[in-house]
Design a protein around this ligand. Structure first.
Ligand code: DGI
Ligand code: FE
Ligand code: FE
Length: 192
């Protein structure tokens, strides 16, 4: 789907504030793609679609996720986690996205996972550091993303874990695996 049409279709599904967030994630993801050698069109498409299911009713997200078999058992966790996997189904079935890397970037953008691709890391990080994010520590995450994708992944993941534990939220296994796996990445060459 051509970029303008994709934007219109996404805008139609989201409240305007959320759509503005999506556009900022897109800008940020394209900067990271440039910086770390990822295809910019893939980053644009994945970013535009990452929150495509965010405004859907819980019941609908649950229905879509159940129909796919819910292999990661996201339904056992807070409903905030449901829009990633459901969004990937919408991207595939309603936007005709076939690229498995783009679909994974949408699917895992909230939890992350072990063994993320470069595109998955870019979307996960861009979602946290887009210019509208103003939580304490956001500046540090942006600074990490200036130099290394893997260092930024560890920093973003650690920030999420700390936040989740501070509000006593249950942590999904993929959220934890993302963090552990990012530590081992940091031992090798930068920006792999
Ligand atoms: O959709 P966004 O608001 O742009 O951001 P997001 O999809 O990254 O995160 C949505 C929420 O999901 C955020 O408040 C943090 C939460 N979250 C991420 N990982 C976990 C989690 N919540 C629980 N309970 N467990 C997790 O592992
Ligand atoms: Fe999201
Ligand atoms: Fe988002």
């Amino acid at each position: 789907m051509e970029s303008d049409r994709l934007k219109n279709e996404v805008a139609r599904r989201l409240p305007s504030g959320r759509y503005q967030h999506v556009l900022r994630v897109m800008e940020t993801a394209m900067i990271l793609a440039d910086r770390f050698g990822e295809n910019k069109e893939k980053a644009e498409t994945a970013a535009l679609l990452h929150d495509v299911a965010k405004a859907m009713p819980k019941e609908e997200l649950k229905r879509i996720t159940e129909a796919e078999g819910d292999p990661a058992a996201v339904l056992e966790f807070h409903h905030e986690l449901w829009h990633g996997p459901a969004g990937a189904v919408i991207a595939r079935d309603e936007f005709g996205i076939r690229d498995p890397d783009i679909l994974a970037a949408v699917r895992f953008h909230t939890t992350g996972r072990a063994g993320m691709s470069r595109l998955e890391k870019i979307i996960y990080i861009a979602d946290m550091i887009e210019p509208g994010r103003d939580f304490p520590g956001a500046g540090n995450l942006r600074a990490e993303a200036e130099r290394s994708l893997d260092a930024a992944l560890t920093a973003c993941s650690a920030h999420n874990l700390q936040y989740l534990a501070s509000v006593r939220a249950a942590i999904h296994p993929d959220t934890l695996r993302c963090y552990n796996d990012s530590l081992s990445l940091g031992k090798g060459a930068l920006n792999r």
